[in-house]
Design a protein around this ligand. Structure first.
Ligand code: ADP
Ligand code: MG
Length: 147
């Protein structure tokens, strides 16, 4: 198992699927970060910790999926930081610790069903990350370096 897995990269524009319109913006990592993922990291929903530049460390949920922009031949990594930001942070450094796996990707019958699933993922992430073994990762050296 390769969790926890730590990575960072500059936030790039996604494919404008309008995640923000659903109230669940997802920050995309550049291809270089996605290409570095260990082979045994499967697609699906993960939870963990995230930090923008040298800001506070927040809880996050991340979707690793097949990128439609590359005809599903490449993966994408999209992070929803569980925090209300005043402004977008395109171009800024996003550091994440992927800590645990929630579920595989799946199709949904409706947008409402999708949004409900994401909200339940967020609730699960919040609860799991309060476990001492997960909380201690906020003190990991990975988050000590300034970017
Ligand atoms: P895109 O298709 O460009 O990824 P989104 O609608 O998914 O567009 O919005 C993602 C952008 O929203 C991020 O790149 C970031 O700059 C901004 N953003 C604001 N708040 C958050 C948040 N809580 N989590 C993730 N991204 C956020
Ligand atoms: Mg997005």
């Amino acid at each position: 198992r390769s969790l926890p897995y730590f990575c960072r990269g500059q936030v790039v524009r996604g494919f404008g699927r309008g995640s923000k319109d659903l109230g669940i913006p997802t920050a995309n990592f550049p291809e270089s970060v996605v290409d570095n993922l260990p082979a045994d990291i499967s697609t699906g929903i993960y939870y963990g910790w995230a930090r923008v530049d040298n800001g506070d460390i927040h809880k996050m949920v991340m979707s690793i999926g097949w990128n439609p922009y590359y005809k599903n031949t490449k993966k994408s990594m999209e992070t929803h930081v569980i925090h209300k930001f005043k402004e977008d942070f395109y171009g800024q450094m996003l550091s994440v610790a992927m800590v645990g796996y929630i579920r595989p990707e799946r199709g949904f019958k409706s947008l409402d069903e999708l949004i409900a699933a994401i909200h339940s993922d967020i609730e699960e992430a919040k609860t799991k990350l309060d476990l001492p073994e997960h909380l201690k990762l906020k003190e990991h050296n990975f988050f000590k370096t300034s970017t």
